[in-house]
Design a protein around this ligand. Structure first.
Ligand SMILES: CCCCCCCC(=O)SCCNC(=O)CCNC(=O)[C@H](O)C(C)(C)COP(=O)(O)OP(=O)(O)OC[C@H]1O[C@@H](n2cnc3c(N)ncnc32)[C@H](O)[C@@H]1OP(=O)(O)O
Length: 194
C-alpha cells in the first residue's frame, strides 16, 4: 500500500471494521449492484463489467478485463478507467458492512502500464472505521492474482443516508430504480441497509 496522504490516515479513535452478519459468504459473487453502473452493470456496453467476490472479514476480490473501449494511449488502459475499477472495488466493500457510503477521497498509484486485453486482479479491504468514515485500500495485479502490482489505491468513503441519492440523482433513474420489483436489486441500487 502507498500509505496515502494525511487525510487517509485513520484517526486514533478508529476501530476495526465489522463484517455484517448477512454479508455474502466468502467466495460468493456480489453481482452488479445496479445494472446501469459503469463499474459493474451488465447493461453498460462500454462499462467495466467488474465482478466482485466476497472474501474473509471485510475484504473482497474482483476482476476486470480491459477492453478496447477503455484505452487512453494506443493499446493501453486509460488511467481514469483503472481508477474507476479501484473505486468500484472499494465501494463494493461497503456492502459487506451493509453501510451506504460514497467515495470522499481516492488516491491511486499507477505502478505499471496495463495493456488492452489484460485481466486486472483486484483485492481490497476495509482497514478502519471512524464514525461515518470508512478507510479502505486496494491493489490491482496483472498476469494472475499473485502477479505484479499495476495499480493500488487508498480511499475514504463517507457513510450517507439513502436520501443522498434521492436528493441528488436525476429523477428519471431514481424512479426506475425505486420501481424495480426485485427488492434486493432495488436495495442494492442504493446499497441500502435492508
Ligand atoms: C457497490 C457500490 C460501488 C460504487 C462505487 C463507486 C462509488 C462512487 O464513486 S460514489 C460517487 C462519487 N462520490 C460522490 O459523488 C460524493 C460527493 N461528495 C459528497 O456528496 C459529500 O462531500 C460527502 C457526502 C462525501 C460528505 O459530505 P457530508 O455528508 O456533508 O459530510 P462532511 O461533514 O463534509 O464530512 C464528514 C467527515 O468526512 C470527512 N471528509 C469528507 N470529505 C472528505 C474528503 N474528500 N477528504 C477527506 N475527508 C473528507 C470530513 O472531514 C468529516 O470528517 P470529521 O467527521 O472527522 O469532521
Amino acid at each position: 500500500m502507498s500509505g496515502g496522504s494525511a487525510a487517509l490516515q485513520p484517526p486514533a479513535d478508529a476501530v476495526k471494521p465489522v463484517r455484517h452478519a448477512d454479508a455474502p459468504a466468502p467466495g460468493e459473487l456480489l453481482g452488479a449492484h445496479y445494472s446501469q453502473c459503469f463499474g459493474c452493470g451488465g447493461e453498460q456496453p462500454h462499462g467495466l463489467h467488474l465482478e466482485a467476490r466476497a472474501g474473509e472479514g471485510v475484504s473482497l476480490t474482483a476482476e476486470f478485463t480491459v477492453q478496447s473501449a477503455h484505452q487512453g494511449a494506443p493499446g493501453l488502459a486509460h488511467g481514469g478507467v483503472l481508477t474507476t475499477a479501484l473505486d468500484e472495488t472499494l465501494g463494493s466493500l461497503n456492502w459487506l458492512l451493509r453501510t451506504v457510503a460514497v467515495t470522499g477521497r481516492l488516491e491511486t498509484d499507477f505502478a505499471r502500464p496495463v495493456p488492452v486485453g489484460t485481466t486486472l486482479y483486484l483485492s481490497a479491504e476495509v482497514t478502519a472505521v471512524a464514525g461515518r468514515k470508512i478507510y479502505s485500500s486496494a491493489v490491482g495485479r496483472i498476469d494472475g492474482p499473485d502477479g505484479p502490482v499495476a495499480v493500488r489505491a487508498d480511499a475514504l468513503f463517507i457513510e450517507v443516508k439513502v436520501d443522498h441519492f434521492i436528493d441528488h440523482g436525476r429523477q428519471e433513474e431514481i424512479r426506475a430504480a425505486m420501481n424495480d420489483p426485485d427488492q434486493i436489486r432495488r436495495a442494492r441500487a442504493f446499497e441500502v441497509n435492508p
